[in-house]
Design a protein. Sequence first.
Lengths: 254, 254
Amino acid sequence: MVSKNTVKFIKSLHRKKFRKQEQSFFVEGAKNVTELLRANFTVTKLLCTEKFKNQHHELMDSIEGEAILVGQHELSQIGTFQTNDAALAVATIPKAEDFEIGKGDLVLALDDVRDPGNLGTIIRIADWYGIEKLILSPETADFYNPKVLNASMGSFCRVRFMYKALDTVLGEIKIPVFGAFVDGDNLHKHDLGREGVILVGNESRGISADLAPYIHHKISIPQFGAAESLNVAIATAVICDNFMRKKNQKSFDQ
Amino acid sequence: MVSKNTVKFIKSLHRKKFRKQEQSFFVEGAKNVTELLRANFTVTKLLCTEKFKNQHHELMDSIEGEAILVGQHELSQIGTFQTNDAALAVATIPKAEDFEIGKGDLVLALDDVRDPGNLGTIIRIADWYGIEKLILSPETADFYNPKVLNASMGSFCRVRFMYKALDTVLGEIKIPVFGAFVDGDNLHKHDLGREGVILVGNESRGISADLAPYIHHKISIPQFGAAESLNVAIATAVICDNFMRKKNQKSFDQ
């Protein structure tokens, strides 16, 4: 049985304001919760069904906070999933990182990607392609938004990120910046390097004009049909795939 | 002013049963509605704001049915968008096609892609890469679902599709079938041909085991990090990109 206070507390975490105030976030569903429990987070509450408990009892020891048995119905009332027969976990937001970007790095930079589903999908793509560092503009969706975490399918545990003004970051780094545009060089023919920042822009207006001075290469995904554009997460995946193909070829060539 | 009957009629089209019964569907938003009006559909109703009418008056002549001026509030109440300051149009579902698949074709086949957002995104990807033909298994989301059409961003006007049992279609065709798996050959190193069927599977279980006899090449997107999988629309985009790169290279090599 979950107390009214716990319900109220978790429901407040749907909103960024309260996540910030409480320095807490929650994740839902078997995949995200098990990834969270296995990773290096401080889990303060676990709400789970009997079924989840039986399937994952080895993970239960890692919880510092309380574990509460609940029914499916309660889980879907507290969280964002329409159905959730597994679990919901609350964890402490880790201290914000401030990492270096240097030689050999392949990094993603997001300029105001507002849709939480897009950010979550991009986190999953980054994790697939082994890209560990993400630079997020301050207006990009909140990393700890439940929709972001859900769409990341557990990959949120394996990427590093920092929210920073992109002009500041791009102005300081020493590796090339590749910006995704509709009128750039053909990605299939461009000599993509082994290192760099892949910069993608906002869903409607693309990359901000004021970042132009920091972009060394304007690249585009070649278009063979008539669609005007691709979704930003789709474009990010295709660009990452092209980079990793080249990076991999080059390491074979050495 | 929209009549109660019209509201009721359009609301019924949110559901597949009534779309089938009425042989009608609707699209929303400036992008999709203008694409619909420019394409070869029979538009039976157009609900639009004063603003949309002023911006697109040249398109209004192509409507066979009635045009009704409405407010934003009405549009969002009738359709699926939270806000819609442009238009909503109802059109007749065209007669189902039955096209041939032959030499030189590059075709997408979807095995039970259930999520409407994924299907819509895949339609947009197909249109970007100039892939005109889609084969959809009967359990794949409905092409005329409003969420599919919305996610397609107008590309629904430019692809051809048929709902057919995939074993029947794949058993009859004479071009190679490439199935997307997690344990297939590395897509970056595989000798992708100039023609073929790209087969992708359901969001949770992948490609049905009973399609195995029809698959000539098992392909996989190489993974460099730790994410378990990629979303089906993301995977489709990356595979299409690899095919078009090869197809393009080969036509240069001739």
